[in-house]
Write a protein that binds this ligand. Structure first.
Ligand SMILES: Nc1nc2c(c(=O)[nH]1)N[C@H]1C(S)=C(S)[C@@H](COP(=O)(O)O)O[C@H]1N2
Ligand SMILES: [Mo]
Length: 323
């Protein structure tokens, strides 16, 4: 097997620790030698600062809902990616209910004036969860339409008074082997981590979700608190969040660490930039009552159809380089 092929083993097929560590070692060595080209340089480089962009409230609200056919509650809660509970789509729903979601606290810190560890209630105090019907697209090529319940992420972040050095926000999922059986396997470098540029985190579409279809989130969907970023591939929407950190530099993100040539920091949905192993031009829409495996293929849209709302944040950004 060539090195190139070795780098492209789908992570779900990697169960053996040695193979996994080996792959990480090879990627590390290649990156150090510069052989990975883009992937190596994306790590060293910093993206340009965000342009000043104005947000038109009416245009923004148009992104808060859609009349596309919704995915059934059954499908939303049984076809999931949550590697902490197994790498199969049905694993998270079939896993024992071992996640203790109460009490739950979130540590907020880094570049902000008012860091602290808050209970979930205190974190969301005074903010009324609202319903947002968002398209949700996985990098693997399936998509759903989901009525989320949540609060704007920016409203929560502002309470901690980020400083001028807060250029990015890093998020961390719980990592407790007793509650999450998947942590016994090295599918990713646990804990699961994600990050956003500060303007993305403050964008009105970015939601801290607590529910689906008016009900509290189930374990498999990231209870009790997860991100929802409808213009980015699903893996950016990190589940079961225990820490939020304001940082000056582009933070570590789990999928970028796993395969930097496949999963960029921005991960904006973009039909023009294919994943190295498959096209991103279309998606299989899981909605209504049809079969999940033979669902209709529909064209994928730039920024998942939210270009009107989020496009200005990426004006001037080379979307091939910053994929
Ligand atoms: N902690 C954590 N968050 C995660 C994941 C994960 O494995 N662990 N999977 C991501 C991926 S790949 C997708 S597509 C979405 C799936 O969310 P859903 O199961 O609620 O549809 O969660 C994202 N958040
Ligand atoms: Mo995904």
């Amino acid at each position: 097997m060539s090195l190139r092929e070795a780098l492209r083993i789908p992570s779900r097929e990697i169960t053996d620790e040695t193979v996994y560590r080996d792959r990480r070692r090879i990627v590390g060595a290649l990156a150090a030698s510069g052989a990975l080209g883009l992937a190596g340089c994306a790590k060293a480089d910093a993206p340009p600062p965000p342009p000043a962009s104005k947000i038109d409230p009416a245009r923004m609200r148009a992104g808060f809902t859609t009349n596309e056919t919704r995915t059934t509650y059954q499908d939303v809660t049984t076809y999931n990616n949550f590697y902490e509970f197994g790498t199969g789509k049905a694993d998270p729903a079939n896993a024992p209910r071992t996640l203790r979601t109460s009490p739950w606290s979130v540590a907020v810190g880094g570049q902000c004036a008012k860091p602290g560890r808050l209970s979930l209630d205190d974190l969301l105090k005074g903010l009324k969860p609202e319903e947002r019907v968002y398209r949700h697209r996985c990098v693997e090529g399936w998509s759903m339409v989901i009525p989320w319940l949540g609060v704007p992420l920016g409203d929560v972040l502002k309470r901690f008074e980020p400083t001028s050095k807060a250029k990015f926000v890093a998020f961390t999922t719980l990592a407790d082997r007793k509650q999450m059986p998947g942590l016994s396997y090295p599918a990713l470098d646990w804990p699961y981590r994600e990050g956003l540029r500060i303007d993305e985190a403050m964008h009105p579409l970015a939601l801290l979700a607590t529910g689906i279809y008016g009900k509290p989130l189930l374990q498999q969907n990231g209870a009790p608190l997860r991100l929802v970023l409808p213009w980015k591939y699903g893996f950016k929407s990190i589940k079961s969040i225990v820490a939020i950190t304001f940082v000056e530099h582009m933070p570590f993100t789990s999928w970028n660490d796993e395969a930097s040539d496949e999963y960029g920091f921005f991960s904006n949905v973009n039909p023009a930039v294919d994943h190295p192993r498959w096209s991103q031009k279309t998606e299989r829409r899981i909605a209504g009552t049809g079969s999940k495996l033979f669902a209709d293929r529909i064209p994928t849209r730039l920024f998942n159809g939210y270009a009107e709302q989020v496009g200005s944040m990426y004006a001037g950004l080379d979307l091939r380089k910053w994929f």
